[in-house]
Write a protein that binds this ligand. Structure first.
Ligand SMILES: [Zn+2]
Length: 409
């Protein structure tokens, strides 16, 4: 199959690096018309084009999903959470564990992977429920899938276990295994909690990560409580023992409800400790603070305040058709379009695209941050249209280029 080609398309200006930027036209929505050529899987040339008629397609780098759960996607049908709140989701999730088998996890994960590739993702970080009574063959099967699809999609696993698990022998064995597989260890910190007990548990997971040189990704503060803020205890633990472990805080919803001065202080501490944040608007707006009245308090990670304090924030999808969120299908355009109004972001702003493209690339430690330039991978999603409205409306038609070759299912 040939491995060269070229395409004329519009590109969001901030996603394109070109030798002579003066030549580049930028339209009212931040798109620039370019011609991109590639050879042997890499971009070989980018030229500005100044034609009378604008190209009727828009090009993006393939996307990176910063937070998902491929082990439980599509379980909604059998484990619905009709109350649509956090505790209903947790209850259904624990029910699902009782029927969990190697085969059904494999089926759900593989369907998720195929959709992610088809819809335009190049890498995915996925949390995997991890617990004491779990069938250990599940991990072997997941590592097989990781290998099987490695040329199309980079999959990074986070073992999502109760905090106490990381203080046990089983936790130690899994951490050792994860060091070899470039994995991340994770857990959940959610109010109400006992701060002293939490500090002791966090100390154990931080010590374990430090011992095996692992990253930590916590589901933390997915809540409306401003009394118990897990982030405060996490920062206290880090300061007390001076751990230098890479940490990601997923959710951080309740901090939005803190007083402005306190929020500012926390944002500064996050930046100082180089703690990354993943904002998850879809599940937060679906689950948190459900009430029989339309609610004013809709907590979600305060992405703008965090970015202003130089915290690296990614926007992730979280759950797909499971007890935590009944919609979605691993589609970056679905996530992008909903994030715009839920978080009041402008798609033409550099920081918005940073949270969707370059921050997730950094989060997964990928070699390429998604900026299209000469020498970068010819890994694109090309969508029909010439405006953001075309991208965020229904019936989006897209093609996916992987290593310079058009992807065919
Ligand atoms: Zn999650």
């Amino acid at each position: 199959m040939k491995n060269f080609g070229k395409i004329q398309a519009l590109i969001p200006r901030t996603l394109c690096h070109i030798e002579n930027p003066i030549e580049l036209d930028v339209n009212y929505e931040g798109f620039s018309p370019v011609e991109i050529s590639w050879q042997n899987g890499l971009v070989s040339d980018i030229k500005s084009i100044n034609s009378e008629t604008s190209p009727s397609q828009i090009i993006f780098p393939r996307f990176v999903e910063s937070h998902s759960h491929i082990d439980k996607s599509f379980s909604w049908k059998n484990f619905p959470n009709k109350a649509s709140n956090y505790y209903g989701a947790l209850k259904s999730n624990l029910e699902e564990h009782k029927t969990r088998s190697v085969d059904n996890v494999k089926l759900r994960a593989e369907e998720s992977i195929k959709l992610a590739i088809k819809n335009g993702y190049r890498a995915v970080r996925t949390h995997i429920d991890t617990y004491d009574s779990q069938d250990e063959r599940i991990w072997a099967e997941l590592f097989n899938l990781q290998k099987k699809y490695s040329t199309l999609l980079k999959i990074q696993f986070v073992a999502l276990a109760p905090l106490e698990f990381w203080g046990t022998d089983k936790g130690e064995i899994l951490a050792k295994k994860f060091r070899l597989n470039n994995g991340v260890i994770g857990s959940v910190v959610v109010p109400p909690f006992n701060a002293n007990k939490l500090l002791r548990s966090l100390t154990k997971i931080l010590a374990l990560a430090s011992r095996y040189n692992l990253e930590i990704d916590l589901h933390i503060d997915e809540s409306i409580s401003t009394k118990d803020v897990g982030l405060r205890v996490l920062l206290k633990t880090i300061n007390k023992f001076d751990y230098k472990v890479p940490i990601t805080c997923s959710h951080l919803s309740n901090i939005l409800l803190l007083r402005e001065r306190e929020l500012d202080k926390l944002c500064i501490s996050l930046a100082e400790k180089n703690i990354k944040v993943v904002a998850l608007p879809l599940t937060n707006f679906w689950l948190l603070n459900r009430s029989d009245k339309t609610n004013k308090m809709r907590p979600v990670a305060p992405i703008k305040q965090l970015q202003k304090s130089f915290v690296d924030v990614s926007i992730g999808s979280d759950n797909v058709q499971d007890p935590w969120y009944p919609f979605g299908e691993f589609d970056p355009f679905y996530l992008m379009s909903y994030s715009m109004h839920l978080l009041q972001l402008n798609p033409w702003d550099r920081l918005t695209l940073s949270a969707i493209i370059s921050a997730p690339s950094r989060l997964l430690n990928l070699e390429w941050d998604g900026t299209i330039s000469v020498g970068c991978p010819a890994d694109f999603v090309v969508a029909k249209g010439d405006s953001w409205a075309d991208l965020f409306s229904n019936n989006l038609q897209r093609s996916v280029l992987i290593n310079g070759k058009w992807y065919v299912e």
